[in-house]
Ligand binder design. Sequence first.
Ligand code: NDP
Length: 253
Amino acid sequence: MSYENLSGRTAVVTGAASGIGEAVALQLAAEDARVALLARRADRLQELVDKIRAGGGEALAVTADVTDDASVTAARDLVHETFGTVDLVVNNAGVMLPNPVTDGRLDEWQRMLDTNVTGALRIIRAFTADLVGAAGEGRTADLVNVSSIGAHLTFPNYAVYGATKAAVTHLSNNLRSELGPLDVRVTNIEPGLTETELATHIDSAELSGQLDGMLDAIGSLSAAEVADVVAYATSRPRHVNLRQIMVLPTRQA
Ligand code: NDP
């Protein structure tokens, strides 16, 4: 599927080394947007840059850790030096580390909060001026936050992950009240089960097996199917804001 209003845009996609972020970067590039790809794994980003360039697209690998202030500032500077200011930001980097609250895994809770919430805020801080500037010049400007159906579910072992995603959803809603009047769209996307590398970081065989069971029962979206929703939302005319999108496999309750 092809969409207008993405050609000539300049995008930053975090978590572009795999899964949903990789698929979003590929689709935006296919629609003739320039894409800056942020994640920690330089080799994976370079492979994706090579793939996009081979297809005639424009991409830049930006090795960055969203949990590190200096790294995000350096990433912003590199994007500006190479592409100038940006008008489309996809805040997608995230980790999901389920664990029983009785285990008290402060390390994993902290990692989820710092990546999924504060990481998203660092990216917002780095690029909001660009978005406001682009909108002020009459261009389309988008902030897309990738939250999760987990923002609304209660599920054993997923309390902290769900809390980080509820925070992202709430953040999107609130930011819209500030950025909407400045003509910057804020879109909150809440995917359901999607086939990516997200579950590979779960270190409990039992919890990993539980998720595999859900995938067998429910099926999953592909990362490209979620990316298609991001491309659809960001390619609408600039006065149309799909502010909240929940996209689930049909069998997921
Ligand atoms: P993946 O694990 O495939 O992708 C996560 C991406 O985030 C990777 O590119 C990873 O790259 C990057 N990342 C992780 N930590 C950092 C960091 N500190 N700094 C920079 N980049 C980081 O999973 P998904 O594609 O599924 O996840 C993307 C988003 O979608 C997440 O926010 C997730 O919560 C959300 N989501 C996923 C669902 C699913 O079922 N898969 C459902 C609902 C929401 P690297 O390791 O190289 O840094």
